[in-house]
Design a protein around this ligand. Structure first.
Ligand code: KIV
Ligand code: ZN
Length: 387
């Protein structure tokens, strides 16, 4: 039987805290419902103590969405936990996500504290949250830069206090993939009763390694991943949901399954991008405009013969209608002939195709992209006639 990987989506918390990405409650409900359709297991709906708007959104999302667990973030502070518990009162499945910084830098500069005291505060927060909910996730902020021996002590203590999920954030996106994977492995090998909790990854993308680090964590035993749509999030963002979901789909032999309905990926990406006013870079893996676009002649020729030559996934699997053959100065005759065929202009005479192709190259040198109208004009047909 395959291993099940839980998908924890934090688009509405870590993603939404990005300047300019703020959503109102109605928009957040729209995104939450879409995430439910997508099949995420947990929706981190907000940080309720941070503002009345966040508090209210967690309440409304809890009412609107029933299948996923609704999660609310807190610091290791009783007041935060009281407010989070109140905001989750309508949730069918609820989780409080509490935690504290564990790296030397956080302990010294953020808390002016020491290692033992941080463990006491972590344990107290988990126990306090347990009074409200059964499902308590603990995050060791900046775990990426926390030494493994101390991190193991913290994690052992919070599991003993009742944490059901232990989150190991690479808050600053600092770790190398092997280093992050080793961290997860170390915890599995050194923490008593580690099997009583699910280990979660939470990786930031400051050095462009969020997805690689998350995958490395999973391959070493983590069974929850914290991700966002389009990889949005603090600074350079978080691990993107679509990348992890498609990596596991494309590498079936890993035998790790998620509940994600991948055909909902593209519509979800579009929705988040447009509501948050956050464009997706054209070359973004899976959901970028060019992710399934073939533009060079050699590639186009290959794809037209058999898509397997240059496509490792079917665009339909991510909710796109089809790949696209973009006509540029680097396109070959095959792509031009194919496009004409799609437009209803079938030309058998190779000499005619050749003539059109020469004119096409002249035009393509002047324009970045050749449109369907250009192609029809070159072939001497107009749109109405072609269809
Ligand atoms: O990056 C981080 O450490 C976080 C925690 C609050 C989970 O977002
Ligand atoms: Zn984060």
């Amino acid at each position: 039987m395959s291993d099940r990987l839980f998908i924890f989506d934090t688009t509405l918390r870590d993603g939404e805290q990005v300047p300019g990405c703020q959503l109102n409650t109605v928009e957040k409900i729209q995104v939450a419902k879409q995430l439910e359709q997508l099949g995420v297991d947990v929706i981190e709906a907000g940080f309720p103590i941070s503002s009345p708007g966040d508090f209210n959104s967690v309440i409304e999302i809890s009412k609107a969405v029933t299948w996923p667990t609704i999660c609310a973030l807190t610091r290791a502070v009783e007041k935060d936990i009281d407010v989070a518990a109140e905001s989750l009162k309508y949730a069918k499945h609820k989780r409080i996500h509490t935690g504290i910084g564990t790296s030397d830098s956080h302990i010294k500069y953020k808390f002016n504290s020491n290692r033992d005291e941080i463990i006491e505060r972590a344990v107290a927060a988990v126990k306090y949250a347990k009074k409200y909910v059964e499902d308590v996730e603990f995050y060791a902020e900046d775990a990426g830069r926390t030494d493994n021996e101390y991190l193991a002590r913290v994690i052992e203590a919070v599991i003993k206090a009742g944490a059901t999920v232990v989150n190991i954030p690479d808050t600053t996106g600092y770790c190398l993939p092997a280093e992050y994977g080793d961290k997860i492995k170390y915890l599995i090998e050194h923490v008593d009763n580690i099997d009583k909790a699910i280990i979660s990854t939470h990786c930031h993308n400051d050095l462009g390694m969020a997805t690689a680090n998350t995958l490395s964590g999973v391959l070493n035993g983590a069974r929850q991943v914290e991700v966002t749509i389009n990889g949005i999030g603090e600074r350079a963002g978080n691990t993107s949901l679509e990348e992890i979901a498609m990596i596991l789909k494309c590498h079936k032999y890993l035998d790790i399954e998620t509940n994600i309905n991948t055909t909902k990926i593209y519509p979800t990406s579009r929705m988040v991008s447009s509501l948050m006013n956050m464009p997706v870079q054209p070359n973004k893996a899976i959901v970028g405009r060019n992710a399934f676009a073939h533009s060079s002649g050699i590639h186009q020729d290959g794809v037209l013969k058999n898509v397997d030559t240059y496509e490792i996934m079917n665009p339909k699997d991510v909710g796109l209608d089809d790949n696209s053959i973009v006509l540029t100065a680097r396109s070959g005759r095959a792509a031009l002939k194919y496009r004409l065929g799609v437009l209803g202009v079938n030309i058998a005479n190779e000499k005619k195709i050749d003539d059109i192709y020469q004119n096409f190259l002249k035009l393509a040198d002047k324009k970045k992209e050749i449109t369907d109208d250009d192609v029809l004009m070159l072939a001497g047909a107009d749109r109405a006639e072609a269809h």
